[in-house]
Design a protein around this ligand. Structure first.
Ligand code: HEM
Length: 481
């Protein structure tokens, strides 16, 4: 394999030839994770491209272990992403903050206060109530015998859950006026979701944004969301406000601000609180909806697996009428369905980009500071050296197999690994499993008239996260439990 040499003759990873100015940008295609997977078959599991900045793409479990475990500390910063700068209150959030004292402190606070098991459990009633509302709305629709857009319903479910967790109020609550906040969040998600690959590569993205006018729309969307956060904060600070039984995230963040000492390393302000709430929306809404949506797509395509998962949940729950979070632990097959979905359809196929901070060496190749690192977990999930018949949706492959997605098994990394691993993982999984279990318990799912399993679209739409290109439309048939 060809090895490029720098002035100091230090070997760099191999990669495709780059063109003047645009480097390798033209090779990203509409679905970067897919194009990069194809390139990795030629250039190897650690390859170097020029995408505005030097960019390393990692495409094997072994290499991912080297970057995310052995050298995690060398590459756990984030590049300054253009489109998202504003949305992160100038990198005052967790996701896009560069590695340093600020990120360490804010992540520590949030892991303790926002993402802890105790906090996730305290929101169980919200998830259960919102899933029950979703099920009721599908029961109503089911009487017509027409298909429903499951993708859209799932987006509303996760958006409602995050809204109540963050603000203590649902989207429908009157103070947000006519569901306008929901519209604004959907607009932001659509804008961010619609960003093309190039937008996620610094410098080049800036030009593309300006040309397409996207920048202006992002700014407007940001200002509207900021206005809502400001209003919610003011409402929470109102001395006349009736306290809810459970602290919501805004309560928690305002308490942190109130209780901090003057000497604390991080001077926490309302902008920090807003940036963190923005993270919850941008990282937490569509990822969960996308996961359930892909799971239902795979089940609709594979009736044997659908029936098996339904039989498990119905036998286990009996005639109780609904699945609660306490029941989910017994649903072993359902958990395998979720794992298999995350193997084939990780919502963030290239994780979030990382940036190197030092000079280090892996497999004899040298890496320098300010290099972007993308780990192609989508490709790793389809690696035939790790998975038998990788393209087949087969939850049984996880039977008697300890591989899970918590960042210790590098063949399955939908939530990443190392210092930057997704802190919302437990919150996300609780929602995904509960929603899926109830959808399977209460309904049989038919394809729209005249459609065959093989007609179901598996096409992906690229963006910050990879969603289904076409909505999943299925006909719900009420199952009397
Ligand atoms: C199925 C659902 C989800 C998936 C697949 C997912 C996946 C990811 C991935 C791949 C990363 C980057 C990890 C890395 O760089 O190594 C990440 C980061 C993050 N996620 Fe999630 N996520 C999900 C749900 C959530 C939820 C529900 C929340 C919050 C409510 C959340 C909050 C975050 C935050 C704050 C970060 C940034 C962490 C950091 O940079 O330190 N995620 N997530």
């Amino acid at each position: 394999r060809k090895i490029e040499l720098t002035g100091q003759k230090k070997p760099l990873p191999p990669g495709p030839t780059k063109l003047p100015i645009i480097g390798n940008l033209h090779q990203l295609g509409a679905l970067p994770h897919y194009s990069l997977w194809q390139l990795s078959k030629k250039y190897g599991s650690i390859m170097l491209l020029q995408l505005g900045v030097p960019t390393v793409v990692v495409s094997s479990a072994e290499a991912a272990r080297e970057f995310l475990k052995t050298h995690d500390i060398d590459c756990c910063s984030r590049p300054p992403l253009v489109g998202l700068g504003k949305f992160s209150y100038n990198h005052r959030d967790i996701s896009f903050a560069p590695y340093g004292d600020y990120w360490r402190e804010v992540r520590k606070i949030c892991v303790l206060e926002v993402f802890s098991t105790k906090r996730v459990q305290s929101f169980q009633f919200i998830r259960e109530e919102e899933v029950a509302l979703l099920i009721d709305s599908i029961v109503q629709s089911s009487s017509s015998g027409s298909p429903i857009d499951l993708t859209e319903r799932l987006m509303s479910l996760t958006a409602n859950i995050i809204c109540r967790i963050a603000f203590g109020k649902s989207f429908q609550a009157s103070e947000f006026g006519d569901g306008r906040f929901q519209e604004v969040v959907h607009e932001a998600m659509a804008l961010l979701g619609g960003l093309t690959a190039a937008d996620f590569f610094p410098y080049v993205g800036r030009i593309v944004d300006r040309l397409t006018g996207l920048h202006g729309r992002l700014e407007r969307s940001f200002h509207e969301m900021d206005g809502f956060y400001q209003q919610v904060i003011e409402d929470h600070l109102n001395p006349g406000r009736v306290k809810e039984e459970h602290e919501d995230i805004i309560d928690v963040l305002l308490r942190i601000e109130r209780e901090q000492s003057e000497s604390s390393a991080l001077q926490f302000t309302k902008d920090n609180a807003k940036a963190i709430v923005m993270d919850l929306f941008l990282a937490g809404v569509d990822t969960g909806a996308i996961t359930v949506s892909w799971a239902m797509t795979e089940l609709a395509r594979n009736p044997r697996i659908m029936k098996k998962a339904q039989a498990e949940v119905r036998n286990s729950i009996g005639n109780k009428g609904k699945v609660t979070e306490g029941d989910v632990d017994q649903l072993h097959y359902l958990k395998m369905v979720v794992k298999e979905t995350l193997r084939l359809h990780p919502p963030a196929p290239l994780l979030l980009p990382r940036e190197t901070m030092s000079h280090f060496e892996i497999n004899g190749y040298h890496f320098y500071p300010k290099t972007q690192v993308h780990v192609n977990v989508w490709a790793i999930g389809r690696d035939p050296n790790l998975w038998k018949n990788p393209e087949e949706f087969l939850p049984e492959r996880f039977m008697d197999n300890s591989v899970d997605f918590r960042g210790q098994h590098f063949e399955l990394l939908p939530f990443g690994a190392g210092r930057r691993i997704c802190p919302g993982m437990y919150m996300a999984i609780a929602t995904v499993e509960l929603a899926l279990a109830n959808l399977l318990y209460r309904f049989n799912w038919n394809l729209p008239n005249g459609m065959k399993e093989t007609d179901i679209s598996m096409e992906e739409a690229a963006g910050l996260t990879v969603r289904k290109k076409f909505a999943l439309n299925l006909v719900p048939i009420l199952h009397h439990c």
